[in-house]
Design a protein around this ligand. Structure first.
Ligand code: ZN
Length: 287
């Protein structure tokens, strides 16, 4: 059976067609219509129609920002605002006259790295996305672990600091408000008075860099040590823009290990191997 995966991003929609040996047959990219829900639904359907024109049987999986609420079936927590509260799955199923699967980007990331990427030989995989937001997904023996209410793995909104930074989710002190890209840039600005992007901060020779880096590592360490304490995964894979920061794989890992509640900790913390393609491959692997 062929597999179609669609990665719905804020700026682009990517589609892929895989054959039954998971080889790529076709791959397409289009621009995401700006904040227009119905246009987004139409574009995804025509992408699926296009990719499936020469095949008979196929599955369709969609990777979206945000998650589908188990309570309402509607999309929530999405940073593409026009998708929030919309029945994307239902609308697409109606338009395509076909059952589809839909998952958030962190779950798609985790399932693709677990099946096709650097976590291939591990049973319990914790996939981390650190970028504009902080997300996570759990894959056990190749399958996504959703949890009772579909929230499993969402470590980005567990509390790091009581009464800490305000988060858009309504709580205070969430991981995301400390170690997402925008949060780290804001912390840099607060410390130095200079507005710089993360790639520039990483290279900075500003005397405040040490303090900024230490706070970052401390929060990264506590956040992931909490995950290890609760889930004890066989591997942690980092994805998103921040996964390119080299010191996370040296001092970052050290910091995590120091905070884990165990005298033995050797959890591999790896850089993803699929890069930007994780979303679209992950979508294709859903079924
Ligand atoms: Zn939050």
């Amino acid at each position: 059976m062929h597999k179609i995966g669609i990665d719905l991003g804020g700026t682009k929609i990517e589609g892929i067609l895989l054959d039954d040996s998971l080889n790529t047959v076709q791959r397409v990219r289009i621009q995401t219509p700006k904040e227009n829900y119905h246009e987004i639904v139409n574009q995804i359907s025509s992408l699926v129609t296009d990719l499936s024109k020469n095949i008979n049987e196929f599955t369709v999986g969609i990777c979206t920002p945000g998650a589908i609420s188990k309570k309402t079936g509607l999309l929530k927590n999405s940073n593409t605002q026009c998708l929030i509260g919309m029945p994307l799955k239902e609308d697409l199923q109606e338009q395509l006259d076909k059952k589809i699967m839909i998952e958030n980007d962190a779950n798609c990331f985790a399932i693709s790295e677990a099946n096709l990427g650097c976590a291939k030989n591990y049973s319990v995989v914790f996939g981390v996305i650190m970028g504009t937001g902080v997300g996570g997904g759990i894959v056990i023996d190749g399958k996504i672990h959703h949890g009772r209410t579909n929230i499993a793995g969402e470590w980005g909104h567990h509390t790091l600091h009581q009464n800490g930074n305000h988060c858009y989710c309504g709580k205070q002190g969430c991981v995301e408000t400390y170690i997402s890209g925008p949060a780290l840039e804001k912390n840099w600005e607060d410390l130095t008075g200079i507005k710089e992007s993360l790639p520039d901060i990483i290279k900075s020779e500003n005397p405040k860099f040490g303090q900024w880096r230490e706070e970052f590592l401390d929060n990264f360490g506590t956040g992931l040590a909490n995950v290890i304490d609760i889930l004890d995964p066989d591997v942690i894979v980092l994805g998103g823009g921040l996964s390119n920061i080299d010191f996370l794989y040296s001092d970052g890992i050290k910091n995590v290990y120091e905070k884990v509640f165990s005298d033995l900790v050797d959890t591999p913390i790896l850089k993803n191997s699929l890069g930007d393609s994780a979303g679209v491959f992950g979508a294709a692997l859903l079924n």
